[in-house]
Design a binder for this molecule. Structure first.
Ligand SMILES: NC(=O)c1ccc[n+]([C@@H]2O[C@H](COP(=O)([O-])OP(=O)(O)OC[C@H]3O[C@@H](n4cnc5c(N)ncnc54)[C@H](O)[C@@H]3O)[C@@H](O)[C@H]2O)c1
Ligand SMILES: O=c1ccn([C@@H]2O[C@H](COP(=O)(O)OP(=O)(O)O[C@H]3O[C@H](CO)[C@@H](O)[C@H](O)[C@H]3O)[C@@H](O)[C@H]2O)c(=O)[nH]1
Length: 327
């Protein structure tokens, strides 16, 4: 297939691009590099440097795209609470412009990066796709709005749409001479920050809140390896069917408290990770754990690296190579 990957210079989009190319697809990456990295672009993909809002310039009828995988977005839940307009414009207005371009060009299928953040504080655990959607942060709301637009687009115009609701993505893609990992600047995610502390590049880790209704008072998250997540996109492309909007949660169904995550980082790296308690971060749900039963049943998705230990070990390998310059 000829595919457009928005956000293909980012953490997840760059890994999916490699897997699509390995599977024999032709890939054009659309990314304005606002948070992505030129070095993460696949040499075998064409890169168009522009905001997703202008996707109509690339997605023309003549270009003959068979599908779009839409990763381009701003992703920090905490930041979305202090800069909401930036998130609505980038994530929702940008996605609506992309959907308009997809319709105008007659592109038959679209796979969208949705998120666990659409559920807010869940009323049932593990969370099925049918759970109540009540985002507690603006980021989750901007993504839920796109999910709803995709349902309308499938019903109204026959689009084959798939929303993949990722839980917390971790690890790195390390194969042959390709090493793709998480590199946000500034970093806001728990595991990469804990690795920076373990590496001595940051003095201490601040833990945002220890008064949540969880086993040790810190938030609980469900981690998924980026390579397992990427594979689900190839399965989703095959499963997409006209006039349907399919939605799948992707996680491993195991919740880890933030303190447990820090402990795994200590074990894997063999270094201390000093921790300081800090107030809650606005908008954080207490506990997010996925039921991915539907993805397993309908997509045949089976994670190959489900343990947090493996994810942290791969992230640490990537961190050592890229930030410390040693394997
Ligand atoms: N990382 C996670 O744990 C996680 C969890 C759930 C969902 N997601 C979703 O997955 C997707 C990818 O996340 P990631 O971790 O790879 O993030 P990332 O920041 O590493 O990558 C995002 C990419 O999109 C590009 N981009 C952003 N806004 C753009 C715009 N308006 N126009 C063109 N390019 C733009 C950036 O330059 C970057 O290369 C996002 O949609 C995110 O919401 C991520
Ligand atoms: O320095 C830090 C950073 C994070 N946390 C906590 O660690 C947990 C995880 O936070 P983070 O790694 O920032 O991820 P989330 O806020 O859970 O969001 C991620 O996971 C979501 C899906 O669950 C995605 O949609 C988002 O894009 C992605 O950023 C939260 O309780 C944070 O408060 C800290 O305590 N200290």
């Amino acid at each position: 297939m000829k595919l457009l990957v928005t956000g293909g210079a980012g953490f997840i989009g760059s890994v999916v691009t490699r897997m699509l190319l390995d599977a024999g697809h032709e890939v054009v990456v659309l990314d304005d590099l606002r948070t992505g990295h030129r070095e993460a672009l696949a040499p075998d993909a064409t890169h168009v440097e522009m905001p997703v809002h202008d996707a109509g310039r690339v997605l023309t009828r003549e270009a003959g795209f068979d599908g779009v995988l839409h990763f381009a977005a701003l992703i920090a839940a905490g930041e979305s609470m202090v800069k909401p307009e930036l998130y609505w414009h980038t994530n929702t207005v940008g996605s609506l412009a992309l959907i308009d371009a997809v319709r105008a060009a007659g592109v038959p299928r679209l796979v969208f990066s949705s998120t666990a953040a659409v559920y807010g504080n869940p009323t049932e655990l593990p969370i099925p796709e049918t759970a109540v959607k009540a985002p507690t942060n603006t980021y989750g709301a901007t993504k839920l709005a796109v999910d709803m637009a995709l349902t309308s687009e499938a019903v109204g115009h026959g689009l084959a749409a798939v929303s993949l609701r990722y839980f917390n993505v971790a690890g790195a893609h390390l194969t042959g001479d390709v090493a793709l990992g998480e590199r946000h600047d500034p970093e806001t995610h728990l595991i990469p920050i804990a690795l920076e502390v373990a590496a001595g590049r940051r003095e201490k880790l601040q833990l945002f809140g220890d008064d949540y209704p969880t086993a040790d008072g810190t938030c609980v998250r469900d981690y998924i390896h980026v390579a397992d997540l990427a594979r689900a996109h190839l399965l989703a492309l095959d499963a997409a069917s006209g006039g349907q909007h399919r939605i799948y949660n992707l996680g491993n169904g195991n919740g880890f408290t933030n303190r447990q995550v820090v402990e795994v980082v200590r074990e894997v790296t063999g270094h201390p990770v000093p921790v300081e308690m800090a107030p809650r971060r606005e908008g954080d749900p207490a506990e997010l754990v996925a039921s991915s039963a539907l993805a397993r049943a309908e997509l045949g998705w089976v994670p190959e690296k489900p343990t947090l230990h493996d994810m942290v070990a791969d992230a640490w390998s990537f961190y050592r190579t890229h930030h410390l310059g040693r394997p």
